[in-house]
Every structure is written in C-alpha cells, then in structure tokens.
Design a protein around this ligand. Structure first.
Ligand code: AMP
Length: 420
C-alpha cells in the first residue's frame, strides 16, 4: 500500500477528498476553520512535490443545488492557507470541472463545488414521497446506485491519484469517499496525513494497546454508546462510566436517582453490561457521589450527595469530589486512555468540575507517558474549553466516524484504500 510520505506527487494530478464541512455564520463567514487547517499538510505536500490538486468536499446537507451550501464561501480561506490562488469549478461534474482539472499545472489547485449537490454522491434517492410504492422506491434506489458509480467514475477521470483525507466521512460509502477508489490501482490510492493519523491513533488504542487501558465513557445516554461499550469491554482494563448515562446504571443497581436523566428501558442492558464487565475482568468504575441541582440550570441550588441517594426533586448534573478523586486515580495509573463524553453538563459553568478533573488527570497521565485519545464532539469541546487539547496525545476530528471505528466497524472510506 502507498503512503503519503513515500509517494512522490511530481507530475501527478491528485483528487483529494477532504472534509471541509465547516460552520458558517449568516454572512457565510467561517466560524471555525479547524477542518480546513487539518487537511493543509496533505494539500501542501502534494503541491510542494510538484503535483496539482483537485480538492473535493461536501458542505452541509443540501437537497440539490443551494447557494447557501456553495463551497465558494470557503474558497478564499483555502487559498489563504495554501498561499496560492485556488481555482473554482461551479459544478463538481460536467465540462467546466473536466476542462479546469485538465488545465491544471504543477503547483496549481482547483476546488470543486459541493459534491452533495448531487444525490449520487450519497447514492440515495432524494424527494421520494413517504408513501411511495415499494417497487418505485426499489427502482429509485437502484438508479441512484448506478448514478453513484457514474459519478465516482467521472470524478476519478480528473486525476491520476486518489487521496482520502476526509476522516469525518470515512464511515460513509459515498461516491467520493469510497466508490471512487475502485478506479485507481493500489499504487495510486492513499490516505492523507489526517486520515493516517486518525487511523494510527485508534489502532494504537484498540490494537496495539499498552496496558492498563482505561476508557472514560460519558455523555447523556447509554443507548447511543452501547456498541462502543460492548466492544471496549473486550479490550479495556478499566471502564469509567460518567455523565448522564450513570443514572441508568445506578437505578438498575437499586439506587435512588431523583429526577436525574435515565433510560428506563435500558435498565436490563445496564445490568448485562455490568455482568459482562465482571466476566471480562474489567474494572467498571462508577460514581460514588454526585453534584445535584434542584433544576436543570447553571444557577440551580446544588449539593453533594452519595451517587445512589439523590432525593426527589433533584437531579445529578455532574460527579462529586470523591468521584473526581476516584476517577483521577484510575486515569493517572493508566498507559492508554480513551475519553468520549463529558462527566456532566459541562455547558453549565457550575457543572464543568468533573470533566475538568478528568481532563487534568489525562494530562498528568499523558505527561507520564500514557497515550491519550480524545474523541467525540463533546469531549473535544471540553479539552478545547479547558485549554488542554495540546496536552493530549491525539484529539480526533471525527465524530460519527470515530465512534463507528471504536465500535470495531470497518469504515468504507478506509477499506476502499487498504482493503480492510
Ligand atoms: P453525548 O452527545 O451523548 O456524548 O452527550 C453529551 C451531552 O451529555 C452534553 O450535552 C452534556 O450536557 C450531557 N450530559 C452529561 N451529563 C449529564 C447529566 N448528568 N444530565 C443531563 N445531561 C448530561
């Protein structure tokens, strides 16, 4: 398999799939350009080798051509970061894209318009009536799959090499993220630096694990994390359960949780996860105390109580100080750490303490040589908020893609290039 480090792009035209799905304000200014900056090393390497760039991305969830979701809005920022004027093709398919990509010379770059202006990118029919007959739905699906192949083939025709640096969409089998790779031989398809770094970080944690391995799972609901927890139970030494999902476990164990967030239909599941942890000799670490509030707001009255004695009318919005110490001790003794999800409602200043304590314990462990991977929107937001992102071994850019990867799923965008 080719790697971006070894590949010499001199004289090559690279089709680079990036994830430039950045947030824009109402005047179409970029409010956070992290995703663009994350792909710049790959783009610069290709240009400095003497290759040319065809940059392709989606933006938002357009239903057909929509000015609001035009990649024109971000063209200026890409040019600025690359330090060269980047050309634009108003349509990712068709004559203009064909001609402009053919005209590219070494060191030049072209940005294609939003791939998702075409339903074929996702390969799913749009605009079908909800009550459309089954045969009609089946025919539309089949047609869109064929269109997807055609689209992938045309995109591939612009270039001599395919580079996927869009980890954020690696869990999607789209025309530009996976199908396109079929039109390049094994020596001419590769991961960009960002994608490679993401894969390396996850595999370092899940495959080449240095023990003890501790995962901290937080967030609001256990239901959205079941598959991850089940996969982790076969790999970790310690599993710390935090955040809103705690109360489903506490209730299942017979504790009193007051008005705390709970999934009553997942009590059995919580018990089965506790059983599985025991069977696998995993140390399941639950909160011992909670910071509770008399309503769901930053200014609520608060008190610290044992985690299983939350009175009616009160709800747990963060872990308490004893739990902070307990979690920190486990984290600081770890050599591999995965953090997904806050320990409480970190959006409220008065309930950030637990997440901050977890973050600081990870910093300490990382300083002592542990490998720490932070992933999933809210824990990334936490480490950014606390100013400690730079102290983690790796902070993932992938939301859904990272979670599916940790669940143990094969991601289409990865498989398309390396075969698994
Ligand atoms: P998730 O998207 O599932 O990772 O959940 C993240 C969300 O969980 C954040 O918005 C937190 O505010 C929320 N959360 C964490 N702890 C609690 C809690 N004790 N009660 C309610 N929501 C919580």
């Amino acid at each position: 398999m080719q790697t971006i480090d070894k590949f010499n792009f001199s004289g090559q035209k690279a089709f680079v799939r990036v994830d430039f799905n950045v947030p824009l304000d109402e005047k179409f200014n970029i409010t956070d350009d992290t995703r663009i900056r994350a792909a710049i090393p790959t783009l610069k390497k290709i240009l400095s080798d003497g290759g040319s760039l065809i940059i392709a991305s989606h933006l938002g969830r357009p239903d057909g051509v929509t000015g609001k979701y035009s990649l024109k809005h971000i063209l200026g920022r890409i040019s600025e970061l690359l330090g060269i004027p980047v050309e634009f093709a108003n349509d990712c398919l068709g004559t203009e894209a064909v001609e402009k990509s053919a005209a590219l010379k070494a060191g030049q770059a072209l940005l294609l318009e939003n791939l998702r202006f075409y339903a074929a990118e996702e390969g799913k029919p749009r605009g079908l009536a909800k009550d459309a007959p089954e045969e009609e739905v089946a025919a539309a699906k089949k047609a869109e799959k064929a269109n997807q192949k055609e689209m992938a083939k045309q995109l591939a025709s612009y270039a001599t090499v395919y580079v996927n640096d869009a980890f954020g969409t690696a869990h999607r089998a789209h025309a530009s993220t996976a199908i396109i790779a079929d039109y390049f031989d094994v020596e001419h398809k590769l991961f960009g630096y960002l994608m490679q770094n993401e894969i390396d970080a996850v595999e370092k944690v899940l495959k080449n694990t240095v023990h003890p391995f501790t995962a901290i799972m937080g967030g609001s609901k256990v239901s959205s994390k079941i598959d991850i927890i089940e996969n982790l139970l076969t790999k970790v030494d310690n599993l710390i359960i935090a955040g809103g999902m705690t109360y489903t476990f506490t209730k299942a164990l017979g504790g009193k949780i007051g008005n705390s967030i709970v999934e009553d239909d997942k009590l059995e599941l919580a018990l089965s996860l506790i059983r599985k942890a025991k069977e696998n000799n995993v140390n399941l670490v639950l909160a011992v105390d909670a910071k509770i509030a008399d309503n769901f707001s930053n200014d609520a009255n608060t008190q610290i109580v044992p985690a299983d004695e939350i009175p009616e009318g009160w709800e747990g919005l963060d872990i308490g100080p004893e739990t902070e110490k307990k979690f920190a001790a486990v984290i600081e003794a770890s050599k591999t750490i995965l953090w997904n999800g806050p320990t409480g409602v970190f959006e409220f200043e008065n309930f950030t303490g637990g997440s901050k304590a977890v973050g600081m314990a990870i910093v300490k462990a990382t300083d002592n040589g542990a490998f720490s991977l932070i992933g999933g929107g809210d824990s990334v937001a936490c480490v950014n908020k606390f100013g400690i992102a730079g102290k983690m071994s790796y902070v993932s850019t992938g939301g859904g893609a990272l979670l599916e990867f940790i669940e143990g799923k094969v991601l289409p965008g990865i498989k398309a290039i390396r075969g698994y």
